[in-house]
Design a protein around this ligand. Structure first.
Ligand code: GLU
Length: 554
């Protein structure tokens, strides 16, 4: 046995398998040519950030559009930062937006797929097997430096203004320790980390093609980075190489805060004898502020947390649709050309992602969402609003639940036409939207009446309309009847005529319908009045006409 092999046996007495065994246990996947294997790899340290959802979506699309696999891996190596229920929180967040995984963690201590375990805390044996081989090959070594020694080095490097900081070259005290020394320190029970014996050289540079950012050149890694911490738990870097190799990830898509680590990661893959995956680094979602751009912040911006969208009642389709507009600048043109196509038909392309960071704009989200909801069926609007209200607005829930057919009739107005109305952007607007249909929410309020309409005009129009109103009318007859009211009262049924000669009339047919509209709905702006009257029904219409007549009585 070589010294390295003896050292490896001392360090990893429990490891019985080999890397070759792992290669056999996690064989290359048999997928069709071009299929991508991608993953979302969050740490369960808190809420799901919209940026996390964004990168999960991008990863999912890459897998889905190529017939590949999208998996969820939980990176829980930092127990200190973890929150209770963190895993469930992530899964709830993803499923709420329809981002289902093909493989990986699917619930608390539940997973699916042949490339697991998918939670890093359950993969110690795998990391240790690879680490052992690195030690056997002289590519990793135990480092016994104490926290104090490391702090002293940091200070000295600061003082010397050393361009490269960390443990390398002369700082790497145990890099060249001989086996006898190592054995003695281990026998003493001294804590140690396992470090990479970096093959890098300071004068070397590496380059790689990032699928979003293009070609990037950086200095090679020279640091003897920690692979296993003193408790045997891997660092992010080592776990990334091991996991993405054995899960057979083809495309690592992640936030660009990792871009500076790519030289290290490439070196790790190569040192372990693994094939380097393709990288795509996503720029953070930005927000405009005081004319400048800054990252969307989980502290300052409520919209940074994905729970915000559920609370406000944005349908998941809207949020996804909006994220797609942020993801690919050509998405909106595609959508205009394919207004009803499912999002999954969009030919998503990593190369069309913003390099500088897409700008998040809530006003735009509202517009997108209005569009999305305008294409929903009345049943879908009802279901979405009801589900939201169940959790967030019990009064609205009771009303919607009481008479589904009535509520669906409201949502059907002007829906399914070539130009559907775009009144609702999120479910928390539904209550205001439907308010005048429900006596519980409706207050006789006529303040929206245009100023040119006097109380006398209201009284005469409504009294005449009350007499003429016939709930059995079809739409044309109904409108003809309103027109017929005009002349006897001094209005014209013809708007053009009115414009030509405004002094000759009290108003035109539009004013007459406005009076009726405000009297029964309290609003000047509503969907189709004929439909509203039909849904309200004769009794309610007459009660409201009477109430308005009474309110304007001299
Ligand atoms: N756990 C890392 C993070 O949350 C994952 C980065 C990656 O996708 O590789 O930032």
């Amino acid at each position: 046995m070589t010294d390295f092999e003896q050292l490896a046996a001392l360090l990893f007495p429990d490891v019985t398998g080999t890397v070759a065994d792992l290669e056999a246990r996690f064989p290359p996947r048999s997928l069709k040519e071009g299929a991508r294997v991608t993953r979302f790899a969050p740490s369960p340290t808190g809420f799901l950030h919209i940026g996390g959802l964004f990168s999960a979506l991008i990863s999912k699309l890459n897998a889905a559009t190529t017939g590949g696999v999208f998996l969820l891996r939980i990176e829980d190596t930092d127990k200190k930062r973890e929150i209770d229920d963190g895993v469930s929180e992530i899964i709830r967040g993803l499923t709420a937006f329809g981002i289902d995984v093909d493989e990986g963690v699917i619930g608390f201590e539940r997973e699916t797929g042949d490339y697991g375990p998918y939670q890093q805390s359950h993969r110690a044996e795998i990391y240790h097997t690879v680490a052992k081989q690195l030690v056997e090959q002289g590519l990793a070594y135990p480092c016994f430096m104490t926290e104090d020694e490391l702090a002293a080095i940091r200070e000295q490097q600061e003082a010397e203004a050393s361009p490269t900081k960390g443990i390398f070259g002369k700082w790497a005290k145990y890099r060249d320790a001989d086996f006898e020394t190592q054995k003695a320190l281990l026998a003493e029970g001294r804590p140690y980390t396992l470090r990479l014996r970096s093959p890098g050289r300071e004068e070397h540079r590496i380059s790689f093609d990032d699928l979003i950012k293009g070609r990037i050149e950086m200095p090679e890694n020279v640091q003897d980075v920690v692979l296993l911490k003193t408790d045997g738990i891997p660092t992010y870097h080592f776990a990334h190489a091991v996991d993405d190799h054995f899960m057979r990830t083809t495309h690592v898509i992640r936030g660009d805060e990792w871009i500076s680590s790519v030289p290290l990661h490439i070196q790790l893959f190569k040192t372990c004898g693994f094939r380097v995956p393709k990288y795509a680094h996503i720029s953070p979602i930005m927000k405009e502020e005081n004319g400048g751009k800054r990252k969307l912040s989980k502290r300052k911006d409520p919209e940074a947390a994905v729970t915000y969208y559920a609370e406000q009642g944005y349908p998941k389709e809207s949020v996804l649709e909006y994220l797609l507009t942020l993801a690919n600048s050509n998405f909106e043109d595609w959508r205009r050309a394919n207004p009803t196509a499912p999002q999954s038909d969009f030919p998503f392309n990593l190369k069309k992602m913003s390099v500088s960071g897409a700008l998040f704009d809530l006003t735009k989200l509202v517009d997108v969402s209005k569009n999305v909801i305008s294409m929903f069926t009345a049943d879908a609007v009802y279901d979405g609003a009801r589900a939201w209200a169940k959790q967030y607005d019990s009064e609205l829930f009771t009303l919607l639940d009481r008479d589904p057919a009535f509520a669906k009739a409201i949502f059907s107005i002007d829906r399914g036409t070539a130009k559907p109305r775009k009144d609702i952007a999120k479910w928390n607007e539904v209550k205001a939207y439907v308010a005048y249909f429900y006596d519980e929410l409706y207050a006789n309020d006529y303040s929206e009446l245009p100023e040119n309409i006097t109380p006398a005009m209201v009284t005469e129009v409504l009294t005449a309309y009350k007499a003429a109103y016939d709930p059995a009318d079809d739409k044309d007859t109904w409108f003809a009847r309103i027109k017929a009211l005009c002349e006897p009262l001094g209005y014209t049924p013809n708007v053009k005529e009115y414009k030509k000669n405004p002094d000759a009339f009290k108003g035109h047919v539009g004013d007459v319908s406005t009076v009726i509209r405000v009297a029964v709905t309290g609003r000047r702006n509503t969907p189709d009045l004929y439909s509203i009257l039909n849904i309200l029904g004769e009794t309610a219409v007459r009660v409201r006409l009477d109430a308005a007549i009474a309110a304007f009585a001299q």
